[in-house]
Ligand binder design. Structure first.
Ligand code: NDP
Length: 325
């Protein structure tokens, strides 16, 4: 079978499409024939040997996939079942979804919801699951559309784009922060009511609190952008934090917390319990299902992964890239 393989040769990481053996499954495992996978920031990190993501090489990237069970040694799944896998160790130190066939433990697998096709489920993919988890935290913590604007950072990225589209569908007024001026029409077409250019927002302001502006924040970038945003949340506002594209560091102060009673909630889609993922996928296929899925997708082949990884790492891509098998 064909797969996108990263190899460590003389301390250098080299990656590309290779012929490899189809894996042999053990008890409680299945062999999935991949229909679609997607490309995420973490996959790009894995492809350059980022130790926080992958330590064992050779390695096949791809932290998510949607496909059909080809062979099963699990009591939970049978040949022909349509399934989705995201997170856990897939694509980290376990061979991932950028492969024609993938061996997966049954405890990582979700049955595809009826209202989503295999392709649609990978347009959402890990990014969509993360957006859904983030939006769910805002809703669960009482943020309502009447409360005011929701700020979305890293707007043209996977998590950002889907968050904008879902929030807009739910009736929220969305303000997006993006580094890409040329993507403003795209972000507005997804549902952003206003777009702030990143370089006008990402400035260090020494004041510990700024004018109250946002009822909620979906942050995907961390660093100074998250800090500046936190200083502008309204009383009782809620922020979620899932990513580190700008920086893994967060230097902030306690005033937004102790004077405005704001909440900052961490999001992890990787190790979330399977039941929670199942719940989220059902939500994605119903109330979070958006119409603009095709607008935010670029479909590529295994052979186009390499150049796409390069663009992801340069922060140049926008929207979602799915790999069709
Ligand atoms: P993408 O690569 O699709 O998008 C990231 C976006 O961030 C870019 O499109 C760009 O958007 C913006 N950006 C790029 N460089 C910078 C920079 N230097 N400073 C600020 N913003 C920048 O990533 P994803 O949307 O897939 O993921 C976003 C983050 O969330 C990543 O850090 C990822 O690892 C993390 N993540 C975490 C998960 C979890 O479970 N916690 C799951 C999924 C992702 P623009 O130009 O519009 O600003």
């Amino acid at each position: 079978m064909k797969a996108y393989v990263v190899e460590k040769i003389n301390d250098k990481f080299i990656s590309g499409v290779k012929e490899v053996d189809i894996p042999i499954i053990n008890n409680n495992e299945v062999l999935i024939k991949t229909a679609y996978s997607s490309l995420n920031f973490k996959d790009a990190l894995s492809s350059i040997g980022n130790k926080g993501v992958t330590q064992n090489f050779p390695h096949i990237t791809g932290i998510d996939l949607a496909g059909i069970i080809e062979e099963s040694k699990s009591e939970l799944f049978k040949k022909g079942d349509k399934v989705i896998v995201t997170g856990y160790d897939l694509g980290m130190n376990t061979n991932g979804g950028h492969s024609q066939f993938v061996k997966v433990q049954d405890k990582w697998i979700i049955k595809k919801p009826k209202n989503l096709s295999l392709k649609e489920s990978m347009i959402y993919g890990t990014a969509g699951l993360t957006a859904a988890l983030s939006i769910n935290e805002l809703l669960k913590n009482g943020v309502k559309k009447e409360d005011g604007d929701i700020l979305v950072t890293g707007a043209s990225g996977g998590v950002g784009s889907i968050s904008i589209a879902v929030l807009s569908k739910l009736g929220f007024n969305v303000i997006a922060i993006s580094g890409k001026e040329d993507k403003i029409p795209y972000l507005k077409s997804l549902g952003a009511n206003e777009v702030i250019l990143r370089n006008t927002f990402d400035k260090v302001d020494k004041r510990p609190l700024l004018k109250e502006k946002f009822a909620g924040i979906i942050d995907t970038v961390g660093g100074n952008i998250l800090n500046e945003a936190l200083k502008s949340i309204k009383y009782n506002g809620v922020a979620t934090c899932c990513g580190l594209v700008s920086s893994y560091e967060l230097h902030t102060n306690v005033f937004p917390f102790i004077l405005r009673a704001i909440r900052l909630i961490g999001i992890d889609s990787v190790e979330a319990k399977l039941e929670k993922k199942d719940l989220m996928w059902n939500q994605i296929s119903n109330e979070f299902k958006i119409k603009s899925l095709d607008t935010l997708t670029k479909q590529i082949s295994l052979n186009e992964i390499k150049e796409t990884y390069e663009n992801i790492l340069l922060g140049k891509i926008s929207s979602r890239y799915i790999v069709k098998f």
